[in-house]
Ligand binder design. Sequence first.
Ligand code: ZN
Length: 343
Amino acid sequence: MFETTIAGSLPKPAWLAKPRMLWAPWQLAGDALVEAKRDATVLALKEQEDAGIDIVTDGEQARQHFVHGFLERLDGVDFGRRVTMGIRNNRYDAEVPTVTGPIRRAGSVHRFEAEIARAHTRRSLKFTLPGPMTIIDTLADEHYGDKSSLAMAFAAVLNEEARELAAIGVDVIQFDEPAFNVYMDDVVQWGIAALERAAEGLECKTAVHICYGYGIKANIDWKSTLGAEWRQYEAIFPALAASRIDQVSVECAGAKVPINLLGLLKGKDVLLGAIDVASERIETPEEVIATIERALTFVAPERLYPCTNCGMAPMDRSVAIGKLAALSAGAALARERFGSQHR
Ligand code: ZN
């Protein structure tokens, strides 16, 4: 009960990539970079295990960015044709590649680091992939012409990749869909269909992560415009509850999300964001258990997995490690305090 996990990414060591930034440039090249990615992946697993995290990830150490790391290995996406575009409904600008032809997977994308991770931990292993809607919100399109067919094209290659990862022993495949909190009408119209296509036929657990973004200034500014109650989840949870996805990863720590909205996820596992990634302050275990306690009114204990709000890629490394320890200490307290009364 109350097994812990993380949204996905961890900060990279300074010898691998420039610290404390998104899209951080690599510090090495060629074979040295490959070896450094491998070493950082092993280290990320060890840090999670030592902190007491139950369902671990590769920390996304081998990719520069959670979306572009996947796109870099696809045919049909031209990184030579980069354009600056407002993403997440113009919340911030990003330099994005262009789709210039049919999307195809040229070969394995993340097999390298997934195999390393699988070989170096006996714990349950989660692997994160960007979701179709978030992918198409992070590139320019000159080929498909409409959003839902573009998303379905990506869903098909994501599914090939996910099946390959599941076959090497990944226990959970999670699709990251922060865009679900931005284009709620599209989610219901085609976003969940694309997500289900990406997850089709997988025998491992499937998850979707929907947050309010990394703790970068553009996201913090955006959150300040969302009012006293953030009700985005209300528009999409009923459709997610009816979907075939097993788990939903949500942001609840330091967020103005009304906690009763979790009640709309009946039948799903809830990966409960109990660690704020927009603050450098390390939570106390008591704060973590307080978030768990609020959620328990609406989520059955056996379906509740304490988690981070979002990825920690751009954070200070020592802060991130401190937050992992707080998460697992809070979950341990919750097992002591709530375990017996729910048995
Ligand atoms: Zn996130």
